[in-house]
Design a protein around this ligand. Structure first.
Ligand SMILES: [Mn+2]
Length: 337
């Protein structure tokens, strides 16, 4: 079912195909992946806003918490309407954005799953009547901006600013592998929203205490065979991990970086890679196999191991180095870049 939509009609006019699957008499809930990031929240707000404009009773929601400092600020400054619970009840038609139940990163609210709009690699079948899956895009915000264009509408300034922030944050300001569609969306949104405000918020991701944690984690990091592994003594926001992983990858000897943080719930991981043949996605999936979950993209991925399954810091670190050694054995030698 999903495949027909992706390869068929939806490819040309995905928003029209989505509307064809929605019952206008029932409420629509646009749900992000759990513990949402900026791209997820911007996408959910922008899609629910577009549907509301079309006369649907649409709202946006997420599960888990907002663990990101910059996202909390963005929600406050732009007045983003998104709830931590579902206002729609059992009759809701659920649309998942920036995630997929098949990847284990979305705990669905009550209602009927109608659609999935995602740019992540999906494991298994995307079981929904409508599925728009484009892993070649660097951000879900670019996909949702495409829906606005297809509808012949321009997002209002705050909404455009949120979408700009979504693209900035998922592409690291367009410095990661992005598609022509991401660049096009960014260029057009640049005119509609406030890119300076978005940049300022997206870049402000930790406080002085976390800056100290990052410095200590970096000085205690281990680097072997092109992989750097660092442990942050938490608690800290999820972006502190991402920023450290991105920053450390600027060392030319490295092919990939992994940053771990422990809190009460368990171990959180952020991984980055320079190249698709030494994929951050594969690294996390392989290292955490049987312990926890991992997902994302080849250049950037994340993972989680619940506290009860944590085998201890030495074993976790060794699992990552072993996974890196296996990847290195199957990957071609590093290109000089
Ligand atoms: Mn995303």
């Amino acid at each position: 079912m999903a495949k027909a939509d992706v390869a068929g009609v939806a490819a040309a006019a995905p928003f029209a195909a989505l509307l064809g699957r929605l019952d206008p008499r029932r409420p629509v809930l646009v749900q992000t992946h759990d513990y949402p990031d900026i791209d997820a929240v911007a996408s959910a707000w922008a899609l629910s806003g577009l549907l509301a404009r079309r006369g649907y009773s649409a709202s946006a929601a997420y599960r888990g918490e907002i663990r990101s400092r910059s996202l909390a600020r963005l929600v406050e400054v732009l007045g983003i309407e998104i709830a931590g619970s579902s206002p729609a009840g059992d009759r809701a038609q659920l649309l998942v954005v920036d995630g997929a139940p098949a990847n284990g990163n979305v705990s669905l609210f009550a209602g009927e799953l109608v659609g999935i709009v995602d740019h992540h690699r999906i494991f298994g079948e995307a079981r929904a009547p409508f599925a728009d899956l484009r892993p070649e895009l660097a951000s879900c915000s670019s996909m949702i901006y495409g829906y606005w264009k297809e509808a012949g509408a321009e997002p209002p300034r705050e909404l455009a600013t949120a979408l700009i922030a979504g693209i900035q944050s998922d592409t690291d300001f367009l410095s990661r592998r992005s598609s022509p569609e991401d660049f096009r969306a960014y260029t057009e949104l640049f005119r509609l929203g406030d890119w300076e405000l978005a940049s300022r918020i997206v870049r402000t991701v930790f406080d002085l205490r976390e800056l100290g944690l990052i410095a200590r984690a970096l000085s205690g990091a281990v680097a072997e065979e092109g992989l750097l592994y660092a442990e942050v003594e938490g608690p800290c926001g999820q972006e502190a991990l991402a920023v450290l992983a991105d920053f450390a990858l600027r060392a030319e000897e490295l092919r990939a970086t992994v940053v771990a943080e422990r809190d009460e719930a368990g171990l959180h991981f952020s991984a980055r890679s320079r190249s698709a043949d030494f994929s951050a996605f594969d690294l996390v999936r392989e290292a955490l196999q049987g312990l926890g979950t991992g997902g994302g993209h080849s250049h950037a991925s994340g993972g989680f191991v619940p506290a009860a399954a944590n085998p201890g810091r030495d074993e976790i670190r060794e699992r990552f180095f072993a996974a890196a050694a296996r990847l290195a054995a199957s990957a071609p030698p590093q290109a000089g870049r």
